[in-house]
Design a protein around this ligand. Sequence first.
Ligand SMILES: NC(=O)c1ccc[n+]([C@@H]2O[C@H](COP(=O)([O-])OP(=O)(O)OC[C@H]3O[C@@H](n4cnc5c(N)ncnc54)[C@H](OP(=O)(O)O)[C@@H]3O)[C@@H](O)[C@H]2O)c1
Length: 294
Amino acid sequence: MTDGDGVSGYLSGRAALAGVMGWPVGHSLSPRLHGFWLRQHRIDGAYVPLAVEPDRLEQALRALPALGFRGVNLTIPHKEPALALVDRTTPAAARIGAVNTVIVGQDGLLGDNTDGYGFIASLAAGARGWEAGAGPAVLLGAGGAARAIAVALIDAGVLELRLVNRTPARAETLAAQLADAARERGAALTVLPWQDEDALAGASLLVNTTSLGMSGQPPLEIDLAPLPAQALVADIVYSPLETGLLAGARARGHPVVDGLGMLLHQARPGFRAWFGVAPEVTDALRATVLAGLG
Ligand SMILES: NC(=O)c1ccc[n+]([C@@H]2O[C@H](COP(=O)([O-])OP(=O)(O)OC[C@H]3O[C@@H](n4cnc5c(N)ncnc54)[C@H](OP(=O)(O)O)[C@@H]3O)[C@@H](O)[C@H]2O)c1
């Protein structure tokens, strides 16, 4: 291997740089994911974890052009605060209210949000035949991930979105934030109580966006009996990959989509913007990232 080929372990002075800012950042799978693509495409570049304290986020973002970075991903707790710190936002970031991808451009920092895109792309890749207009979608949870997915589902053409959250006030707030987009697209939004028996009736998609079912968290306890047999069940928790929800849904014959696809697909637009190659989500990438889950 020669100097600066991105494989030899050291970089040329022309190396393209990107990374992920978080606090903490050690758990992030993004360096493993982008590192796979950098090696695969033999790009002279690096993607590095950047531990940035919350009160230094602005300083860190402002330093990116001077350091020659093409951009960064943002993870907890930086996604929401970054919205006010970048120079411009994409419509997706503005509507989701959070930035997960920053692109350094001639005219400053562009903040994008690719989480919703990643979710929809994971459905398209993992469940052939799902159509947004096929029936109501049920979203469990009302946190940051729920908002990104709700915006994306409305954009994709879901005509009825049911929001179900343990803390109803949070689901009401989310519904209020989504109201304009839903009105524009002619989508109905409803907030239903946690464990509501009617929530799943007639639905064509059920998505868990809560942290329930994740390693170290309580299980998600839900009776799937009212869910139509052909409904797609997706869980964005990816550790473990086969959550209790997915195992239960699979046993009942539902098509299922796990949470790893969203993580992998949300990374594609950033990689393309920073490194100039449109990367693919492949089985080899999945295996590499899964190995990082331990
Ligand atoms: N696959 C991916 O690429 C991807 C991307 C982003 C996030 N995620 C995963 O998605 C999950 C949520 O992330 P987030 O950023 O949206 O978190 P968040 O903003 O903190 O929201 C957490 C959600 O989980 C609910 N919840 C937590 N504990 C609960 C319990 N004991 N019973 C019922 N509901 C409970 C919360 O309900 P309350 O409002 O009632 O507290 C809230 O709706 C995490 O597991 C995260 O790892 C995956």
